[in-house]
Design a protein around this ligand. Structure first.
Ligand SMILES: N[C@@H](CCC[C@H](N)C(=O)O)C(=O)O
Length: 287
């Protein structure tokens, strides 16, 4: 099967974006994996699929596959790339669109400076809905948040790491670290991702608070490993930081691949994610 695609990136989180309105796209998990493979395919953290919506009130349906081939509920940096793609390809003439995802409708809007702002909806804070199994665990209250102890291992050394659990449609566990550059992301990330308390696995965020309006963040993503930026991870980290009383909205999030900005007015309010969305190249692949 021949597929036309566009390679895109948002703060270094990279995507293969495919128009499935004008082409037939029905790939297996192994084919998604091959497309995302950096040696045998195009290379991407996520594959994004543009489809016609199946619900009222949406302009498009947005499907997301991690580089491990698994379909997931949400992707924030991808949502900005999605909006840029449908505009550049002439699929929409609107500055603001409504997009159906596995976890509800989100609303990206093109800004005059070329960036994109996405209304990502309200975060889900109830642990069971993240989903996180808190049975038999005592959460440690901090501000309006509860920190949950996760038992992990650093080399030979057992350690207990307190995490905030937040869903932005997809699950996140956020821990604060003194310095993101020396944080043991490669060692702890996979342990958090596969921790038995997260039945759907989890994205593992490592946040360094610089000041009340600025954090540095690294995210070990579920199904993709550490990426250069994670949009939903940035939303989850800022929500956790505000609830813990460490941050005030808006917050600048410095990721290794670029800068994001997050605004959140508090409980029940939507989270706004702003940042870049850039086309790298277009191509065709036989898959
Ligand atoms: N890079 C993304 C998140 C992609 C999905 C995530 N790995 C998951 O499995 O939930 C973002 O920018 O939000």
């Amino acid at each position: 099967m021949k597929l036309k695609f566009t390679k895109m990136q948002g703060a270094g989180n990279d995507f293969v974006v495919i128009d499935a309105i004008h082409q037939q796209v029905d790939l297996s998990a192994a084919q998604w994996q091959r497309l995302a493979d950096r040696r045998f395919g195009v290379g991407a953290d996520q594959i994004l699929i543009v489809e016609r919506p199946t619900v009222a009130g949406a302009d498009f349906r947005y499907r997301i596959f991690n580089s491990d081939g698994g379909e997931v509920e949400q992707c924030g940096n991808g949502a900005r790339a999605f909006a840029r793609f449908v505009s550049d390809q002439g699929l929409s003439g609107e500055r603001s669109i409504r997009v159906q995802t596995m976890s509800g409708i989100i609303a990206p809007a093109l800004e005059d400076d070329g960036s994109v702002t996405v209304d990502m909806g309200a975060p889900v804070l109830e642990p069971a809905a993240v989903p996180f199994d808190s049975q038999g665990l005592d959460g440690l209250p901090e501000g309006r948040d509860l920190l949950w102890p996760l038992n992990l291992q650093l080399g030979e050394r057992p350690l207990t790491v307190p995490v905030s659990v937040v869903s932005m449609g997809n699950p996140h566990a956020v821990q604060t670290v003194p310095d993101v550059d020396t944080a043991p992301v490669a060692e702890l990330g996979p342990q958090v991702e596969h921790h038995p308390r997260f039945p759907k696995r989890v994205n593992a965020g490592f946040m360094q608070v610089v000041d009340r309006n600025h954090v540095k963040l690294r995210v070990f993503e579920r199904g993709a490993g550490e990426t250069l930026a994670c949009g939903t991870g940035a939303c989850a980290a800022v929500v956790a930081g505000i609830r813990r009383g460490l941050l005030d909205s808006p917050v600048r999030v410095s990721a290794r691949g670029g800068e994001l900005s997050i605004a959140w007015a508090g409980e029940g309010a939507p989270v706004y994610l702003s940042g870049p969305a850039v086309t790298v190249f277009e191509g065709e692949i036989t898959i």
